[in-house]
Design a binder for this molecule. Sequence first.
Ligand code: G3P
Ligand code: MG
Length: 248
Amino acid sequence: MQPNIYAHRGASKQAPENTMAAFSLAYKQGADGIETDVHLTKDYIPVLIHDEHVKRTTNGTGYIKDYTFRDLQQLDAGSWFSPEFAGSRIISLDECLKWIYDKPLHLNIELKNNKIDYNRLERIVYDRISHYHLLHRTTLSTFNPISVSRLKHLNQYIGVALLTSKRYKNLVAAAEDLGANAIHIKYRLLNRLLVDQSRQKNLALRVYTVNKPKHMIRSFSMGCDGIFTDIPEMAVHYRNQFGDQPMK
Ligand code: G3P
Ligand code: MG
């Protein structure tokens, strides 16, 4: 199996992260999947943005949790990146799911509940994915281990990944204990033993954020199941170089 290339926040090197423009570009560039981050508004609408606060990626200020979806829509989520993207909006999870529906894309929705543990976020997100019949090609991930175990109880059809940037004594055992069926690690944690252990336990192993050619090549050749990259175009290029040959 070829490793999957997930566009991290969309093609976020060339378009403002987590916007429709970044997702569309990733699709055009041949990404296999989209990785995006979700928070909850004051009126319980799941929205796609990385930070808890709107300051870095919009012209507004304040926390997502204090905005209604309607008010959030007034913010410009593109100008900070480049004037070319002025008028880009923060989109709802529903908008993304509608867009993905008729495309052969995988989806990784990262629940951003490690700083603010939004009430019922797992269930709300799960219900939206189920509504669009996208459970079978979606993985939910989070840095919050308690949330991983909550996700486990949703159902068996959806992928659940433990996300980590920290070293564990036995990461594979920890992920299994929580009920995850995938592990998403920071690139520096990647090693052969982890690849082998994950494979033995049937856990998918994906790596973020892989933007350098040599790191892409190493991830592919070690047999990772997927990478997250801001530059899907580059990752597709390097993966193609391997062709259908087994990667060594
Ligand atoms: O899901 C992988 C990666 O996105 C996790 O870190 O901070 O980029 O959301 P972050
Ligand atoms: Mg993320």
